[in-house]
Design a protein around this ligand. Sequence first.
Ligand code: ZN
Length: 548
Amino acid sequence: MHRFALRILASSLIFGLISACQPADESGIQKKLDQYASFTLTTDLAQLTQQEQDMIPILIEAAQQMDPIFWQQAYGNHDSLLASIDDPATRQYVEINFGPWDRLDADAPFIEGVGPKPAGANLYPADITKQEFNASLDAPEATVSQLRSLYTLVRRASDGSLTPVPYHEAFAEHVAVASERLAAAAELAEDPGLKRYLELRSEALLTDEYRDSDLAWMDMKDNTIDVVIGPIETYEDALFGYKAAYEAYILIKDQEWSDRLSRFASLLPDLQRGLPVNDAYKRETPGTDSDLNAYDVVYYAGDANAGSKTIAINLPNDETVQLEKGTRRLQLKNAMRAKFDKIMVPLADVLIAEDQRQHVKFDAFFSNTMFHEVAHGLGIKNTVNERGTVREAMQEHASPIEEGKADILGLYMVTELFEQGEFAEGEVMDNYVTFLAGIFRSIRFGASSAHGRANMVRFNYFQEQGAFTRDEETGTYSVDLEAMQRAMGSLSRLILTLQGDGDYEGAGALLQEKGVVGPELQADLDRLAEADIPVDIIFEQGMSVLGG
Ligand code: ZN
């Protein structure tokens, strides 16, 4: 995502802060590196047509252009930073983080002499303040909208004033290559929707006009290959959240799971009627046309490949496109497999009772995650007592309560579908024990997020209801099947009622009382840290591991 003459000035500003470029502590770096487990991204290419197989290396070449652009956006000059570092572990950690700041440690610098990461990364001048930016907004309207644009860098003109530089100029060299590669892939595309999207995306990279290609992406239904590429998320801009960071995902649709997901979505109205709550709280009819599909990822690049890795995508972000066409939700199955194998399994070895560990299974982890997504469609969106939408009434409690709802109703869905014979994979106990292991994972990794708080509430609620027990001697947990099912019903009822009543106070009380980690749980989580269980994943990826 970026480059031009001004970048050299900006990156040398940051680079100038580095004196000897020694890691703060070499064994400390190795420990940081060990937080990431390596996983090879593959899929079954044999399911693709010959032309689709021929597209993959071309798309990877397009995706690879996102790396140098994101380097520029996040930090500045990759080559000069790397050239200044001898220690291989430090070099690798720099590559993982796209710069000298630790993305798993609140962007703390991990190289001696490097200062704090600028809030605006290298998207703005390093010395900019919010006040200066806001003061520059009395410029002509066109300049102001360019300064705030998703698709510009902010730089200093020779007189020191702030000036916007369009991405397609700043990063002209790389977007030209990516654009040409997308056009070449479009020529091979057999699916008309994919062909049209690739053609429009190829143009968009050269103009920074993304809406038409976003609309075309929403119209893609039958494509096996999918590509997300360009400036997309704005998290890298911690100053204002205005600027989009370049990234790419190359994806292969999992047709079997995608078909099952649309089948499950079609069952939502029936499941809604069966919810364990009074009729008033289930009087809406859920939509059944959810655009939810499962994929294997074969390539991550740029922002998507920096630090912690995403296992689900919900796009596009353009609200105009969302209003017209909705969004698409993409679940990344092999990336979930990576987190399961490298994090969930070793976590279960520490915290799940030995005689229940065989129930911690990837299929259950994946189906729990899928049912969570589908279960967002259950319950109601509007309060039953004229308090407006649930989201408005619940204010800042809306997200943790809604995530908690999707978790518990996802488990309810699995249970119902097992009973109806719609779902026959493994046994319901796999889903329950894996669900419990998943609670530990989410609490450990997401204490500050909506998901994390939802999981703390559920942990404490389940414990009070006897849904699981803890063995004092081994410090491991076991699911009690019947108590779990009872707790699932009563917690579902509690959350659906809070939402339907728009009970802001009640939700706040629940989160305050139960959204906490008690001393016993904290001690158990500390045992995970001592066991050096990885926190995230890095990928071996590309044609060398895909073959073909
Ligand atoms: Zn969710």
